[in-house]
Every structure is written in structure tokens, then in C-alpha cells.
Ligand binder design. Sequence first.
Ligand SMILES: Nc1ncnc2c1ncn2[C@@H]1O[C@H](COP(=O)(O)OP(=O)(O)OP(=O)(O)O)[C@@H](O)[C@H]1O
Length: 500
Amino acid sequence: MSSGRLLDNRLTGTSVLHYVFRTPAASPMSIGDLVVVDDQQNRARFFARITGIGHDEQSCTGDSLDDTSLVISAYPIGCIGVDGVFRRPRIMPSRYSPVRTLAPEDITYLNRFMGEIEVGLVVSGQQPIPELPVRIPAKVLSQHMGVFATTGMGKSNYMKVFCASSISARLFGLLIIDPHGEYAAGMSSDYESRGLLHHHDADTGLSVFSIQNENVRTELDMKQLLISHDDMDITDLTLLFDLLPSEREVMNLLTPFPGHDIIDFFMNEDVESLPSHVKTTAHIGDHQDIAQRVRSANPDALRVVQRQIQTLVDISSAFLHKTTSSIPDIIEDLLANKVVLIDIPRMSEVAELFLLSVISRAVLHKYKNIVQSGRAGEDEPHRVLLTIEEAQRVLSMESEKTGIFRQIAMEGRKFGVGLCAVTQQPKNIDPRVLAQMNTFVIMGLADRQDRETIASSAKHDLRVLDLEIQTLDRGDAIISTIGIPFPVSCHVHRYEDYIE
Ligand SMILES: Nc1ncnc2c1ncn2[C@@H]1O[C@H](COP(=O)(O)OP(=O)(O)OP(=O)(O)O)[C@@H](O)[C@H]1O
């Protein structure tokens, strides 16, 4: 039937989800190898992944190692019946069906499940299959992607490869904020390192907004990043600072006012001079309305909020502007399905989160508007993916800290707005948010609780892959997405090689 290498002709599987067969001890088998069971009786082909390897004690005569066999356990990932349709395996292959390695026609068949966003090669055991690239279907990406990686396992490389394929495919907008200055031009400490600006389609598919000086921006073809006072929403404070209930009350009192009035008020007026509700003197500043509104607030809380706004303005001075904003241009580029890189080297975490919150809010508002006003038309709906690094900062169980991001996780997909949440600690992400994610990229997780969290939220059964996940090397990933009917072992391309 096919020309894969025959491993054994004695499948003795014990259940629909557990196959067992034997192979000579010298066979180069490894965990994660893909094998095919040809069930000639039912004219069906079953694909399975090796999940366990052990010595066969029964076959061991004790004289020579060559006499022994290996007992291989495998987990089925799907089967093709006479109608040629790939289904989850609900039947057992016939006893003693032959088991073999993948043949070229199997690889061609598996290729049809792949989408458009290439990130690496499918790995069978330890061998990447050059003819079988892993391509995540673009249409599932607005249903949120989680990238889970222990430090040093190749997360930045994965994100760059993902961006590179997104630049080429132009099927959705992708926002990525880089506070470390490694994505635009590569790492300055490594002369071999390349950035997104080196991509051959960068001039059409990439747009970089930067806080770097004009000379650098001109040289690297980057736009200036500006955020206006009105882009700020007072509720951003909850994300950036730990607020006491009294400070939260001040924030709530200020919600009706535009950012420029709030910033002007707190930067230029002395809250000490505000008329309290026991004083009868009138306030003589420019913002009578704000003064009236907050006069009953706790004075200590008011002072703290003033300090927080002053801090925010201070640390955002590299991009905060009274009136000018890059946000309309950023959204225009995202709607044109470009990768938008926000390059903010050496910025603080508060500034990064502030930017992310401001841009995410504007994006959700715009995309929601397009859908609700019916302007999406007959064409493909607009889709955008917003990347959050260290996502546990804003998607934890502490709901008051999650702001706009929880809203996007819960309702964004209706409007084509997805999150790409990158984290080393999936156990610290709200399980309700994890449950919304339909694509998981798992790159080595040493912590058992992290792996259990992932396994309980993934759309495929990943528990059987626990051993494989524990033994992932740098650059390897298990990708589980609703766009592909089985979890895929992947070796991620090295970015510098991929864009060659
Ligand atoms: N798929 C891959 N193929 C080859 N080399 C890789 C691959 N992925 C990562 N590397 C290399 O491994 C090193 C670490 O990768 P990377 O910076 O992406 O890890 P990281 O998980 O982002 O680390 P950190 O958490 O410290 O930022 C880099 O030198 C990178 O070039």
C-alpha cells in the first residue's frame, strides 16, 4: 500500500486510544515518532504518535541483546477510512495490522491540514520532516493564541518567525510591543542576529513606530511613536498601580473626563487648593468641573492619584504628546494586515503596559465599530492579533488588574480581535481566559502545575504528551490549535535561516 519502513506486523493494541506493538531493539525509535497502522481488513489508515518505549521482558532470552524487542505504546491521532475523510479514531485497527513509518503519501495527506502561517517543521520523534512545514491557520488566530515558554527555550525566536510569516502572508494585523529593542534590527550584542527590518517584505508588510531619535528613525525607516493625552483613559491607572478603594473611587469620579483635561488638571493645579465639601470657597483654576466632581473625595487618595498621573506623564515623556497621536496610523496599518512593531527600547514596564492598554483599547473600539456598523462587507472580516509579553501581569485572576485585556479575551473574537499571550507561568493566567484560547504553543515547561494547567485548557488531549513536553529542547514546540485536528510536534525555524 505504502512505502514507509515496516516496523512490525503485530499490532496488539489494547484500546481505541492505546496501541501496542513490538519492534527489534536496534530500531531507532523515539518518543514522538509518527507511525502509520495499515488496517487492510477495514481499508483504513491510522496515524499514531509514540508515547512510550520499553524493553520487552518476555522476548528477552538473556543471551543476547539482539534477541530482545522493544514494546512500543502509541496514541492514535486520527484515521482515514475508505471515504478519505480524516476522523478522530473511534474504532480499533484490526489485530496484527502492520505498523510502519510515514510514507511520502502520508506526508502529502497531513500537509492538507496546515494553514498559512509557517513557524517550523513537523517533527517525527527527533527528525524534522522538511516536506511537512507547520503552518497555523490564520483564521483561528483571532480566537487567541497562548505561547508558553520557559526562559531561554526560544520564545523570542518563535515570535520573530511568527511575525516573519505574518509579514509575508498579510492575512491579519499583528501588534507587538518590544521594550528590549531586539525585534526591529536584531540584538546589537550578536552580529549574526537579524530583526524584522531585515525581512525581504518589510517595506510592504511591516510598520515600525519608535521612540528612537530622528536620525535612527530615518536610517531604519521607522515612524515616530506619539500617544496623545486624550488616548489616556483614567482606568489605565488600575493596570499600572495598586490602587486602594479610596483611590479607585477618585478614579471612578474622573471617568467622564477626557485625558487631556485630567492630565492638565493634575499636572498644573494644586489639589491642596481644592474646595472640600466642608469649605465654602470656590476653586479658581481652569477645571471647575473636575474640581467640583472630586471635592468630596478623600484628600489623601486625591494626592496619590495626582502623584500617579505625574509619574505616568513622566515615564511616558518619550512618546506622550498633548495633541498628536500615532494611533490612527497604527490602526490603519493593522487594518492593512501589516505587522506593527512598537519599538520602545529601555522603557519601563509601566510605560509598556500603558502603551499596550491604550493601543488595545483603540483597536477593540475600531474593530467593534466596523462590525457593528456593518462596514465589514462581504469580504473576509478584519482580523488582528495583539501580543502581550509576560501576560500573567495583565491576565491573572486579579480581575481589577486585567482591564481591556480581559474584555478582549472574552469578547474580542466576535470583532476579529485576538490576543497572543506570551508567558512563562500559565498557571498564573486566569483559567477563564485560558479556556478562550484556541491555539497553544508550548515550548518546554518544567513546572508540573504549569503543564497541568495547559493540559486542562487545551482543545486536544495533551496529557498523553506530558513526557514529550518535559523533554522538549530549545526551539521545539508542541502546537495544539483547533485549526489542525491533532497536536503537532514542531521544530521552530531559526529566524535568521528562515528569512534568508
Ligand atoms: N528554533 C531554533 N533554532 C535554532 N536556534 C534557536 C531556536 N530557537 C532559539 N534559538 C537560539 O536560542 C537562543 C535563545 O533563544 P531566544 O532568545 O528566542 O529564547 P527566549 O526564550 O526568548 O529567551 P529569554 O526568555 O531569555 O528572552 C538564541 O541564541 C536563539 O538564536
